[in-house]
Design a protein around this ligand. Sequence first.
Ligand SMILES: [Zn+2]
Length: 587
Amino acid sequence: MSEDLFRTFKKRRLTEVFWQKRTIHSEDKPIYSYQQIVSDDLWLKCPACQGIIFKASFEKANQVCPLCQKHYRLTSAERIELVVDEGSFVETDADLRSKNPLEFAGYDEKQQDIRESTGLSDAIITGKGTIGGYPAFIGVMDARYLMGSMGSVVGEKLCRLFENAGREHLPVITFAVSGGARMQEGMLSLMQMARTAAAVASFKAAGGFYLSVMTDPTTGGVTASFASLGDIILAEPDTLIGFAGRRVIEGTIAEQLPDGFQKAEFLKKHGFLDQIVSRANMKRTLAGWLAFLASPKALHSGGAGTAMPPLSQNSLKASERLERIHEKNRPVIDDYLGLVFDDAMEIHGDRRYADDPAMYAGAALLDGCGVFVLGHRKGRNITENTRVHFGMPHPEGYRKANRIMKLADRLGRPLVTFVDTPGAYCGVGAEERGQGEAIAACLSDLATLETPVFVIVTGEGGSGGALAIGVGNRIAMLENALYSVISPRGFASLLWKDPAREAEAADCLKITAEDLTAFGICDDVLPEPEDPNDAEWAGRMSAVIRTYLTNMLSAYDGRSGAAACEERARKLDRIAIFRESGGQNNG
Ligand SMILES: [Zn+2]
Protein backbone atom coordinates (compact mmCIF):
# COMPACT_ATOMS: atom_id res chain seq x y z
CA MET A 1 0.00 0.00 0.00
CA SER A 2 2.73 2.43 0.97
CA GLU A 3 4.46 1.67 -2.27
CA ASP A 4 1.34 2.47 -4.29
CA LEU A 5 1.19 5.78 -2.52
CA PHE A 6 4.76 6.36 -3.52
CA ARG A 7 4.03 5.58 -7.13
CA THR A 8 1.33 8.20 -7.07
CA PHE A 9 3.84 10.72 -5.86
CA LYS A 10 6.25 9.66 -8.55
CA LYS A 11 3.66 9.87 -11.26
CA ARG A 12 2.76 13.41 -10.37
CA ARG A 13 6.44 14.30 -10.25
CA LEU A 14 5.62 15.43 -6.73
CA THR A 15 3.57 18.26 -8.25
CA GLU A 16 4.66 21.41 -6.58
CA VAL A 17 4.53 20.46 -2.94
CA PHE A 18 5.35 17.59 -0.66
CA TRP A 19 3.52 17.12 2.60
CA GLN A 20 5.01 15.74 5.74
CA LYS A 21 2.62 14.71 8.41
CA ARG A 22 3.35 16.04 11.91
CA THR A 23 1.46 15.31 15.08
CA ILE A 24 1.36 17.78 17.94
CA HIS A 25 1.12 16.14 21.31
CA SER A 26 -0.61 17.63 24.32
CA GLU A 27 -0.18 15.86 27.62
CA ASP A 28 -0.43 12.19 26.66
CA LYS A 29 -2.57 12.15 23.53
CA PRO A 30 -2.41 13.77 20.13
CA ILE A 31 -4.90 16.60 19.77
CA TYR A 32 -4.50 17.43 16.17
CA SER A 33 -2.21 16.93 13.26
CA TYR A 34 -1.11 19.15 10.47
CA GLN A 35 0.90 18.81 7.32
CA GLN A 36 4.04 20.73 6.81
CA ILE A 37 5.36 21.58 3.40
CA VAL A 38 8.80 20.15 2.78
CA SER A 39 10.80 21.65 -0.03
CA ASP A 40 9.02 20.37 -3.11
CA ASP A 41 11.71 19.40 -5.56
CA LEU A 42 14.50 18.49 -3.20
CA TRP A 43 13.13 16.02 -0.66
CA LEU A 44 11.08 12.82 -0.62
CA LYS A 45 9.62 10.75 2.15
CA CYS A 46 10.26 7.01 1.80
CA PRO A 47 7.01 5.16 2.58
CA ALA A 48 8.98 2.07 3.59
CA CYS A 49 11.14 3.62 6.32
CA GLN A 50 9.43 7.00 6.69
CA GLY A 51 12.82 8.62 6.23
CA ILE A 52 13.21 11.96 4.50
CA ILE A 53 15.61 11.55 1.64
CA PHE A 54 17.29 13.83 -0.82
CA LYS A 55 15.51 13.41 -4.13
CA ALA A 56 18.71 13.69 -6.15
CA SER A 57 20.40 10.87 -4.23
CA PHE A 58 17.28 8.72 -4.59
CA GLU A 59 17.30 9.19 -8.33
CA LYS A 60 21.06 8.77 -8.57
CA ALA A 61 20.63 5.40 -6.84
CA ASN A 62 18.06 4.48 -9.52
CA GLN A 63 15.12 4.72 -7.18
CA VAL A 64 16.61 2.94 -4.21
CA CYS A 65 16.08 4.56 -0.81
CA PRO A 66 19.55 5.47 0.52
CA LEU A 67 18.31 4.96 4.09
CA CYS A 68 16.57 1.57 4.00
CA GLN A 69 17.68 0.27 0.57
CA LYS A 70 14.08 -0.31 -0.51
CA HIS A 71 14.14 -0.88 -4.27
CA TYR A 72 11.22 0.99 -5.87
CA ARG A 73 9.88 0.00 -9.25
CA LEU A 74 11.53 1.01 -12.47
CA THR A 75 9.85 1.40 -15.84
CA SER A 76 11.06 -0.86 -18.64
CA ALA A 77 12.85 2.09 -20.24
CA GLU A 78 14.65 2.92 -16.98
CA ARG A 79 15.62 -0.73 -16.55
CA ILE A 80 17.04 -0.96 -20.05
CA GLU A 81 18.96 2.25 -19.53
CA LEU A 82 20.33 0.88 -16.28
CA VAL A 83 21.65 -2.48 -17.49
CA VAL A 84 22.04 -2.38 -21.28
CA ASP A 85 25.04 -0.64 -22.85
CA GLU A 86 24.12 2.79 -24.08
CA GLY A 87 22.81 2.87 -27.62
CA SER A 88 23.04 -0.90 -28.09
CA PHE A 89 19.41 -1.92 -27.57
CA VAL A 90 17.40 -2.74 -30.69
CA GLU A 91 13.74 -3.48 -29.98
CA THR A 92 12.02 -6.39 -31.71
CA ASP A 93 8.32 -7.04 -32.38
CA ALA A 94 7.36 -3.55 -31.25
CA ASP A 95 4.31 -3.58 -33.49
CA LEU A 96 2.41 -6.46 -31.85
CA ARG A 97 -0.92 -5.29 -30.38
CA SER A 98 -3.39 -7.34 -28.40
CA LYS A 99 -6.91 -7.92 -29.70
CA ASN A 100 -9.93 -8.27 -27.48
CA PRO A 101 -10.72 -11.98 -27.88
CA LEU A 102 -13.43 -12.04 -25.19
CA GLU A 103 -14.84 -8.71 -26.36
CA PHE A 104 -14.39 -7.67 -22.77
CA ALA A 105 -16.06 -4.34 -22.08
CA GLY A 106 -13.61 -1.49 -21.64
CA TYR A 107 -10.46 -3.58 -22.39
CA ASP A 108 -9.66 -1.80 -25.66
CA GLU A 109 -10.25 1.66 -24.16
CA LYS A 110 -8.18 0.89 -21.07
CA GLN A 111 -5.26 -0.27 -23.20
CA GLN A 112 -5.57 2.76 -25.43
CA ASP A 113 -5.30 5.01 -22.37
CA ILE A 114 -2.23 3.19 -21.08
CA ARG A 115 -0.57 3.29 -24.47
CA GLU A 116 -1.09 7.00 -24.68
CA SER A 117 0.11 7.74 -21.16
CA THR A 118 3.13 5.42 -21.18
CA GLY A 119 4.12 5.01 -24.81
CA LEU A 120 4.17 1.23 -24.26
CA SER A 121 2.56 -1.18 -26.73
CA ASP A 122 2.09 -3.94 -24.11
CA ALA A 123 3.53 -5.16 -20.81
CA ILE A 124 6.91 -6.26 -22.18
CA ILE A 125 9.66 -4.79 -24.34
CA THR A 126 11.90 -7.30 -26.09
CA GLY A 127 15.04 -6.85 -28.11
CA LYS A 128 18.74 -7.42 -28.46
CA GLY A 129 21.53 -5.44 -26.87
CA THR A 130 24.87 -5.72 -25.17
CA ILE A 131 25.65 -5.74 -21.46
CA GLY A 132 29.27 -4.99 -20.58
CA GLY A 133 30.01 -5.54 -24.27
CA TYR A 134 28.45 -9.02 -24.42
CA PRO A 135 25.38 -9.51 -26.67
CA ALA A 136 22.14 -11.03 -25.34
CA PHE A 137 18.44 -11.10 -26.07
CA ILE A 138 16.60 -9.17 -23.40
CA GLY A 139 12.95 -8.96 -22.33
CA VAL A 140 11.81 -6.36 -19.78
CA MET A 141 8.30 -6.27 -18.35
CA ASP A 142 6.59 -3.06 -17.28
CA ALA A 143 4.16 -2.90 -14.36
CA ARG A 144 2.47 0.21 -15.70
CA TYR A 145 0.77 -1.83 -18.40
CA LEU A 146 -2.11 -3.63 -16.64
CA MET A 147 0.21 -4.63 -13.78
CA GLY A 148 2.57 -6.45 -16.14
CA SER A 149 -0.05 -9.10 -16.80
CA MET A 150 0.69 -11.74 -19.45
CA GLY A 151 -1.72 -11.93 -22.35
CA SER A 152 -1.22 -13.11 -25.93
CA VAL A 153 1.18 -10.30 -26.87
CA VAL A 154 3.50 -10.84 -23.88
CA GLY A 155 3.44 -14.59 -24.57
CA GLU A 156 4.16 -14.17 -28.26
CA LYS A 157 6.96 -11.66 -27.74
CA LEU A 158 8.64 -13.98 -25.23
CA CYS A 159 8.35 -16.99 -27.55
CA ARG A 160 9.91 -15.00 -30.38
CA LEU A 161 12.65 -13.76 -28.02
CA PHE A 162 13.70 -17.32 -27.18
CA GLU A 163 13.45 -18.41 -30.85
CA ASN A 164 15.60 -15.49 -32.01
CA ALA A 165 18.17 -16.12 -29.29
CA GLY A 166 18.27 -19.83 -30.18
CA ARG A 167 18.85 -19.00 -33.83
CA GLU A 168 21.77 -16.72 -32.97
CA HIS A 169 23.12 -18.93 -30.14
CA LEU A 170 22.92 -16.06 -27.68
CA PRO A 171 21.74 -16.05 -24.04
CA VAL A 172 18.37 -14.67 -22.91
CA ILE A 173 17.88 -12.36 -19.94
CA THR A 174 14.39 -11.41 -18.75
CA PHE A 175 13.25 -8.98 -16.06
CA ALA A 176 9.87 -10.03 -14.70
CA VAL A 177 7.42 -7.76 -12.93
CA SER A 178 3.91 -9.08 -13.06
CA GLY A 179 0.62 -9.67 -11.33
CA GLY A 180 0.21 -12.87 -13.37
CA ALA A 181 -2.21 -13.85 -16.13
CA ARG A 182 -4.29 -11.20 -17.91
CA MET A 183 -7.87 -11.92 -16.88
CA GLN A 184 -9.31 -9.86 -19.73
CA GLU A 185 -7.94 -12.41 -22.20
CA GLY A 186 -9.31 -15.46 -20.37
CA MET A 187 -7.96 -18.90 -21.29
CA LEU A 188 -5.80 -17.44 -24.05
CA SER A 189 -3.90 -15.69 -21.27
CA LEU A 190 -3.54 -18.86 -19.17
CA MET A 191 -2.15 -20.73 -22.16
CA GLN A 192 0.71 -18.23 -22.46
CA MET A 193 2.16 -19.87 -19.36
CA ALA A 194 2.40 -23.16 -21.25
CA ARG A 195 3.65 -21.47 -24.43
CA THR A 196 6.44 -19.53 -22.71
CA ALA A 197 7.48 -22.56 -20.64
CA ALA A 198 7.67 -24.61 -23.85
CA ALA A 199 9.72 -21.89 -25.55
CA VAL A 200 12.21 -21.89 -22.66
CA ALA A 201 12.38 -25.69 -22.68
CA SER A 202 13.21 -25.99 -26.38
CA PHE A 203 15.70 -23.10 -26.14
CA LYS A 204 17.47 -24.86 -23.27
CA ALA A 205 17.33 -28.27 -24.96
CA ALA A 206 19.27 -26.75 -27.87
CA GLY A 207 22.00 -25.63 -25.44
CA GLY A 208 20.74 -22.10 -24.71
CA PHE A 209 21.39 -20.26 -21.44
CA TYR A 210 18.57 -18.33 -19.79
CA LEU A 211 18.97 -15.92 -16.88
CA SER A 212 15.78 -14.72 -15.20
CA VAL A 213 15.64 -11.65 -12.94
CA MET A 214 12.60 -11.32 -10.70
CA THR A 215 11.68 -7.80 -9.65
CA ASP A 216 8.96 -6.55 -7.35
CA PRO A 217 6.41 -8.10 -7.69
CA THR A 218 6.73 -11.37 -9.63
CA THR A 219 3.59 -13.35 -8.99
CA GLY A 220 0.95 -15.72 -10.37
CA GLY A 221 1.25 -17.12 -13.87
CA VAL A 222 4.60 -15.45 -14.60
CA THR A 223 6.18 -17.01 -11.49
CA ALA A 224 4.60 -20.31 -12.52
CA SER A 225 6.04 -20.21 -16.04
CA PHE A 226 9.05 -18.66 -17.76
CA ALA A 227 10.33 -16.55 -14.83
CA SER A 228 10.99 -19.65 -12.69
CA LEU A 229 12.72 -21.55 -15.48
CA GLY A 230 15.97 -19.61 -15.61
CA ASP A 231 19.20 -21.60 -15.47
CA ILE A 232 20.17 -18.86 -13.08
CA ILE A 233 17.51 -16.85 -11.24
CA LEU A 234 18.34 -13.52 -9.61
CA ALA A 235 16.08 -11.14 -7.70
CA GLU A 236 16.35 -7.66 -6.31
CA PRO A 237 16.28 -7.42 -2.49
CA ASP A 238 12.88 -7.65 -0.78
CA THR A 239 11.12 -8.58 -4.03
CA LEU A 240 7.68 -10.11 -3.60
CA ILE A 241 7.71 -13.49 -5.34
CA GLY A 242 4.91 -16.01 -5.14
CA PHE A 243 2.22 -17.93 -6.94
CA ALA A 244 -0.91 -17.37 -4.84
CA GLY A 245 -1.52 -13.99 -3.23
CA ARG A 246 -0.86 -13.58 0.48
CA ARG A 247 -4.48 -12.76 1.28
CA VAL A 248 -5.73 -15.79 -0.67
CA ILE A 249 -3.40 -18.05 1.29
CA GLU A 250 -4.32 -16.51 4.64
CA GLY A 251 -8.01 -16.86 3.79
CA THR A 252 -7.56 -20.50 2.76
CA ILE A 253 -5.47 -21.85 5.61
CA ALA A 254 -6.54 -19.37 8.30
CA GLU A 255 -3.00 -19.20 9.67
CA GLN A 256 -0.55 -16.44 10.36
CA LEU A 257 2.10 -16.45 7.65
CA PRO A 258 5.78 -16.35 8.64
CA ASP A 259 7.84 -13.15 8.57
CA GLY A 260 9.32 -12.40 5.20
CA PHE A 261 6.88 -14.81 3.53
CA GLN A 262 7.16 -14.69 -0.28
CA LYS A 263 10.05 -12.24 -0.18
CA ALA A 264 13.23 -12.79 -2.21
CA GLU A 265 15.21 -13.69 0.93
CA PHE A 266 12.58 -16.32 1.83
CA LEU A 267 12.72 -17.79 -1.68
CA LYS A 268 16.53 -17.95 -1.61
CA LYS A 269 16.53 -19.75 1.72
CA HIS A 270 14.09 -22.24 0.23
CA GLY A 271 16.28 -22.94 -2.76
CA PHE A 272 14.54 -21.05 -5.55
CA LEU A 273 16.92 -18.15 -6.15
CA ASP A 274 20.60 -18.23 -7.01
CA GLN A 275 21.50 -14.75 -5.85
CA ILE A 276 19.88 -11.59 -4.52
CA VAL A 277 21.50 -8.69 -6.32
CA SER A 278 21.12 -5.02 -5.49
CA ARG A 279 20.26 -2.66 -8.31
CA ALA A 280 23.68 -1.06 -8.01
CA ASN A 281 25.37 -4.42 -8.74
CA MET A 282 22.91 -5.75 -11.32
CA LYS A 283 24.70 -4.71 -14.49
CA ARG A 284 28.06 -5.97 -13.20
CA THR A 285 26.50 -9.30 -12.21
CA LEU A 286 24.79 -9.80 -15.57
CA ALA A 287 27.98 -8.87 -17.41
CA GLY A 288 29.83 -11.40 -15.24
CA TRP A 289 27.50 -14.17 -16.35
CA LEU A 290 27.72 -13.16 -20.00
CA ALA A 291 31.53 -13.05 -19.76
CA PHE A 292 31.48 -16.54 -18.29
CA LEU A 293 29.32 -17.81 -21.17
CA ALA A 294 31.52 -16.15 -23.77
CA SER A 295 34.73 -17.64 -22.33
CA PRO A 296 36.45 -20.64 -23.96
CA LYS A 297 35.50 -24.15 -22.82
CA ALA A 298 39.07 -25.42 -22.72
CA LEU A 299 42.54 -23.92 -22.68
CA HIS A 300 44.62 -24.13 -25.82
CA SER A 301 47.72 -25.88 -24.62
CA GLY A 302 50.20 -24.96 -27.32
CA GLY A 303 52.72 -27.39 -25.88
CA ALA A 304 53.59 -28.98 -22.57
CA GLY A 305 51.83 -27.79 -19.43
CA THR A 306 53.48 -26.06 -16.52
CA ALA A 307 55.56 -28.38 -14.38
CA MET A 308 54.22 -29.19 -10.93
CA PRO A 309 56.49 -28.90 -7.90
CA PRO A 310 57.93 -32.30 -6.94
CA LEU A 311 56.27 -34.46 -4.30
CA SER A 312 57.99 -34.63 -0.97
CA GLN A 313 58.89 -38.07 0.38
CA ASN A 314 55.74 -38.51 2.40
CA SER A 315 56.34 -41.12 5.07
CA LEU A 316 53.39 -40.11 7.26
CA LYS A 317 51.01 -42.86 8.34
CA ALA A 318 47.31 -42.43 7.55
CA SER A 319 46.61 -41.58 11.19
CA GLU A 320 49.25 -38.82 11.07
CA ARG A 321 47.69 -37.49 7.86
CA LEU A 322 44.33 -37.55 9.61
CA GLU A 323 45.81 -35.15 12.16
CA ARG A 324 47.08 -32.97 9.31
CA ILE A 325 43.66 -32.70 7.71
CA HIS A 326 42.09 -31.82 11.04
CA GLU A 327 44.59 -28.96 11.60
CA LYS A 328 42.73 -25.74 12.32
CA ASN A 329 44.60 -23.76 9.70
CA ARG A 330 44.20 -26.28 6.88
CA PRO A 331 42.69 -24.37 3.95
CA VAL A 332 39.04 -24.95 3.08
CA ILE A 333 37.18 -24.34 -0.16
CA ASP A 334 36.52 -20.68 0.64
CA ASP A 335 40.29 -20.16 0.85
CA TYR A 336 40.88 -21.83 -2.50
CA LEU A 337 38.07 -20.18 -4.48
CA GLY A 338 39.56 -16.70 -4.56
CA LEU A 339 43.10 -17.92 -5.16
CA VAL A 340 42.59 -20.72 -7.70
CA PHE A 341 39.95 -18.95 -9.81
CA ASP A 342 39.85 -15.46 -11.25
CA ASP A 343 36.22 -14.81 -10.61
CA ALA A 344 33.84 -17.15 -8.80
CA MET A 345 30.07 -16.51 -8.73
CA GLU A 346 28.19 -18.58 -6.19
CA ILE A 347 24.98 -20.37 -7.18
CA HIS A 348 22.39 -21.19 -4.54
CA GLY A 349 19.49 -23.55 -4.14
CA ASP A 350 18.24 -26.94 -5.24
CA ARG A 351 14.99 -25.52 -6.75
CA ARG A 352 13.13 -28.00 -4.55
CA TYR A 353 13.39 -27.31 -0.83
CA ALA A 354 16.35 -25.31 0.44
CA ASP A 355 19.81 -23.96 -0.11
CA ASP A 356 22.40 -26.10 1.67
CA PRO A 357 25.44 -24.09 2.81
CA ALA A 358 27.43 -27.33 3.20
CA MET A 359 27.70 -27.64 -0.59
CA TYR A 360 29.36 -24.86 -2.55
CA ALA A 361 28.25 -24.43 -6.16
CA GLY A 362 29.46 -21.78 -8.54
CA ALA A 363 30.66 -20.68 -11.93
CA ALA A 364 34.20 -19.38 -12.25
CA LEU A 365 36.93 -18.42 -14.65
CA LEU A 366 40.18 -20.35 -14.54
CA ASP A 367 42.86 -18.67 -16.62
CA GLY A 368 40.02 -17.23 -18.72
CA CYS A 369 38.21 -20.56 -19.19
CA GLY A 370 34.66 -20.81 -17.78
CA VAL A 371 34.11 -23.84 -15.51
CA PHE A 372 31.51 -24.90 -12.96
CA VAL A 373 32.74 -25.62 -9.44
CA LEU A 374 31.28 -27.81 -6.68
CA GLY A 375 32.70 -28.52 -3.27
CA HIS A 376 32.01 -29.49 0.30
CA ARG A 377 32.15 -26.44 2.50
CA LYS A 378 33.78 -26.55 5.92
CA GLY A 379 34.04 -23.50 8.11
CA ARG A 380 37.17 -21.92 9.52
CA ASN A 381 35.82 -21.60 13.07
CA ILE A 382 33.12 -23.14 15.22
CA THR A 383 30.45 -20.62 14.17
CA GLU A 384 31.04 -21.29 10.49
CA ASN A 385 31.35 -25.03 11.09
CA THR A 386 27.98 -25.10 12.77
CA ARG A 387 26.39 -23.08 9.99
CA VAL A 388 27.69 -25.47 7.31
CA HIS A 389 27.06 -28.63 9.36
CA PHE A 390 30.82 -29.44 9.42
CA GLY A 391 30.79 -29.94 5.65
CA MET A 392 28.11 -32.62 5.72
CA PRO A 393 25.50 -31.87 3.04
CA HIS A 394 21.78 -32.55 3.30
CA PRO A 395 19.91 -33.98 0.28
CA GLU A 396 19.31 -30.43 -0.94
CA GLY A 397 23.09 -29.96 -1.13
CA TYR A 398 23.38 -32.94 -3.44
CA ARG A 399 20.37 -31.79 -5.46
CA LYS A 400 22.02 -28.39 -5.91
CA ALA A 401 25.19 -30.19 -7.05
CA ASN A 402 23.11 -32.32 -9.38
CA ARG A 403 21.50 -29.21 -10.87
CA ILE A 404 24.95 -27.77 -11.60
CA MET A 405 26.16 -31.06 -13.13
CA LYS A 406 23.24 -30.97 -15.58
CA LEU A 407 23.90 -27.31 -16.36
CA ALA A 408 27.62 -27.98 -16.97
CA ASP A 409 26.62 -30.83 -19.27
CA ARG A 410 24.14 -28.76 -21.26
CA LEU A 411 26.52 -25.85 -21.68
CA GLY A 412 29.51 -28.14 -22.37
CA ARG A 413 31.51 -26.67 -19.48
CA PRO A 414 34.16 -28.59 -17.50
CA LEU A 415 33.25 -29.39 -13.90
CA VAL A 416 35.76 -29.06 -11.05
CA THR A 417 34.93 -30.53 -7.65
CA PHE A 418 36.60 -30.15 -4.25
CA VAL A 419 36.00 -33.09 -1.92
CA ASP A 420 36.29 -32.49 1.83
CA THR A 421 33.63 -34.08 4.02
CA PRO A 422 33.36 -36.66 6.80
CA GLY A 423 30.19 -37.83 4.99
CA ALA A 424 26.64 -36.87 4.13
CA TYR A 425 24.55 -35.35 6.92
CA CYS A 426 23.01 -37.98 9.13
CA GLY A 427 19.55 -37.16 10.51
CA VAL A 428 15.81 -37.69 10.30
CA GLY A 429 15.11 -34.81 7.92
CA ALA A 430 17.89 -35.92 5.59
CA GLU A 431 16.32 -39.39 5.36
CA GLU A 432 12.80 -37.98 4.94
CA ARG A 433 13.95 -35.94 2.00
CA GLY A 434 15.81 -38.83 0.38
CA GLN A 435 19.53 -38.56 1.16
CA GLY A 436 20.22 -41.85 -0.61
CA GLU A 437 18.26 -40.90 -3.70
CA ALA A 438 19.96 -37.49 -3.90
CA ILE A 439 23.45 -39.08 -3.83
CA ALA A 440 22.45 -41.80 -6.31
CA ALA A 441 21.15 -39.19 -8.76
CA CYS A 442 24.54 -37.44 -8.67
CA LEU A 443 26.38 -40.71 -9.37
CA SER A 444 24.03 -41.49 -12.23
CA ASP A 445 24.59 -38.09 -13.81
CA LEU A 446 28.35 -38.22 -13.31
CA ALA A 447 28.22 -41.38 -15.45
CA THR A 448 26.51 -39.65 -18.36
CA LEU A 449 27.78 -36.03 -18.36
CA GLU A 450 29.34 -35.21 -21.70
CA THR A 451 31.93 -32.91 -20.24
CA PRO A 452 35.18 -33.55 -18.36
CA VAL A 453 35.07 -33.70 -14.56
CA PHE A 454 38.17 -32.98 -12.44
CA VAL A 455 38.06 -34.02 -8.80
CA ILE A 456 40.42 -32.77 -6.12
CA VAL A 457 40.29 -34.39 -2.68
CA THR A 458 41.57 -31.60 -0.47
CA GLY A 459 40.93 -32.99 3.01
CA GLU A 460 38.89 -35.97 4.03
CA GLY A 461 36.64 -37.75 1.56
CA GLY A 462 34.24 -39.91 3.47
CA SER A 463 31.55 -42.24 2.22
CA GLY A 464 28.86 -41.71 -0.42
CA GLY A 465 28.65 -38.14 0.72
CA ALA A 466 32.11 -37.56 -0.79
CA LEU A 467 31.66 -39.87 -3.79
CA ALA A 468 28.53 -37.97 -4.93
CA ILE A 469 30.86 -35.29 -6.32
CA GLY A 470 33.96 -37.49 -6.43
CA VAL A 471 33.77 -39.39 -9.72
CA GLY A 472 35.89 -37.75 -12.37
CA ASN A 473 38.02 -38.13 -15.48
CA ARG A 474 40.96 -37.32 -13.25
CA ILE A 475 40.97 -37.67 -9.48
CA ALA A 476 43.73 -35.80 -7.70
CA MET A 477 44.46 -35.95 -4.00
CA LEU A 478 46.49 -33.51 -1.95
CA GLU A 479 49.30 -35.65 -0.58
CA ASN A 480 47.90 -35.77 2.96
CA ALA A 481 44.24 -36.08 1.93
CA LEU A 482 42.32 -39.26 2.72
CA TYR A 483 39.48 -40.87 0.78
CA SER A 484 37.58 -43.64 2.50
CA VAL A 485 34.42 -45.72 2.53
CA ILE A 486 33.49 -44.10 5.82
CA SER A 487 35.32 -41.66 8.07
CA PRO A 488 37.89 -43.51 10.24
CA ARG A 489 35.90 -42.42 13.29
CA GLY A 490 32.71 -43.85 11.82
CA PHE A 491 34.55 -47.08 10.94
CA ALA A 492 35.83 -47.48 14.51
CA SER A 493 32.35 -46.80 15.90
CA LEU A 494 30.64 -49.27 13.61
CA LEU A 495 33.09 -52.15 13.60
CA TRP A 496 34.70 -51.85 17.00
CA LYS A 497 32.02 -49.87 18.84
CA ASP A 498 34.80 -47.51 19.91
CA PRO A 499 35.20 -44.16 18.12
CA ALA A 500 38.38 -43.50 20.12
CA ARG A 501 40.16 -46.10 17.94
CA GLU A 502 39.94 -43.65 15.02
CA ALA A 503 43.71 -43.55 14.41
CA GLU A 504 43.96 -47.34 14.35
CA ALA A 505 41.08 -47.45 11.85
CA ALA A 506 42.78 -44.88 9.62
CA ASP A 507 45.95 -46.98 9.53
CA CYS A 508 44.21 -50.17 8.45
CA LEU A 509 41.77 -48.81 5.86
CA LYS A 510 44.24 -48.08 3.00
CA ILE A 511 42.98 -44.58 2.42
CA THR A 512 46.06 -42.53 1.56
CA ALA A 513 46.83 -41.11 -1.87
CA GLU A 514 49.46 -43.85 -2.38
CA ASP A 515 46.98 -46.60 -1.42
CA LEU A 516 44.32 -45.23 -3.76
CA THR A 517 46.81 -44.82 -6.60
CA ALA A 518 47.56 -48.53 -6.24
CA PHE A 519 43.82 -49.29 -6.46
CA GLY A 520 43.53 -47.22 -9.66
CA ILE A 521 41.20 -44.73 -7.96
CA CYS A 522 43.58 -41.78 -7.59
CA ASP A 523 45.32 -40.46 -10.72
CA ASP A 524 47.46 -37.63 -9.43
CA VAL A 525 48.97 -36.64 -6.10
CA LEU A 526 49.47 -32.93 -5.45
CA PRO A 527 52.33 -31.83 -3.18
CA GLU A 528 51.59 -30.01 0.06
CA PRO A 529 53.90 -27.71 2.05
CA GLU A 530 55.91 -29.78 4.49
CA ASP A 531 55.25 -27.51 7.42
CA PRO A 532 51.59 -27.71 8.51
CA ASN A 533 51.97 -24.33 10.18
CA ASP A 534 53.08 -22.64 6.96
CA ALA A 535 51.33 -19.25 7.02
CA GLU A 536 51.20 -19.28 3.22
CA TRP A 537 49.58 -22.69 3.07
CA ALA A 538 46.44 -21.57 1.26
CA GLY A 539 48.45 -19.56 -1.27
CA ARG A 540 50.94 -22.38 -1.92
CA MET A 541 48.25 -25.04 -2.24
CA SER A 542 46.14 -22.83 -4.47
CA ALA A 543 49.08 -22.27 -6.80
CA VAL A 544 49.56 -26.05 -7.08
CA ILE A 545 45.84 -26.67 -7.65
CA ARG A 546 45.64 -23.89 -10.21
CA THR A 547 48.62 -25.24 -12.13
CA TYR A 548 47.16 -28.73 -12.04
CA LEU A 549 43.74 -27.61 -13.27
CA THR A 550 45.09 -25.42 -16.07
CA ASN A 551 47.21 -28.38 -17.22
CA MET A 552 44.08 -30.54 -17.18
CA LEU A 553 42.02 -28.00 -19.12
CA SER A 554 44.79 -27.84 -21.72
CA ALA A 555 45.05 -31.62 -21.88
CA TYR A 556 41.31 -31.88 -22.59
CA ASP A 557 41.31 -29.21 -25.27
CA GLY A 558 39.92 -30.67 -28.47
CA ARG A 559 38.43 -33.77 -26.84
CA SER A 560 34.72 -34.26 -27.37
CA GLY A 561 32.28 -34.38 -24.47
CA ALA A 562 31.34 -37.93 -25.47
CA ALA A 563 35.00 -38.97 -25.24
CA ALA A 564 35.18 -37.51 -21.73
CA CYS A 565 32.09 -39.51 -20.77
CA GLU A 566 33.55 -42.74 -22.18
CA GLU A 567 36.81 -42.15 -20.37
CA ARG A 568 35.04 -42.00 -17.00
CA ALA A 569 33.12 -45.17 -17.82
CA ARG A 570 36.33 -47.06 -18.75
CA LYS A 571 38.03 -45.81 -15.60
CA LEU A 572 35.16 -47.04 -13.40
CA ASP A 573 35.13 -50.37 -15.22
CA ARG A 574 38.64 -51.09 -14.01
CA ILE A 575 37.98 -50.38 -10.34
CA ALA A 576 37.20 -53.72 -8.70
CA ILE A 577 39.39 -56.43 -7.28
CA PHE A 578 38.02 -59.95 -7.18
CA ARG A 579 38.85 -63.56 -7.96
CA GLU A 580 36.75 -65.79 -10.20
CA SER A 581 36.24 -69.46 -9.39
CA GLY A 582 38.71 -70.54 -12.10
CA GLY A 583 41.44 -69.07 -9.92
CA GLN A 584 42.09 -65.99 -12.08
CA ASN A 585 42.65 -62.68 -10.35
CA ASN A 586 41.45 -59.55 -12.16
CA GLY A 587 43.93 -57.12 -10.72
ZN1 LIG B 1 13.55 4.07 3.01
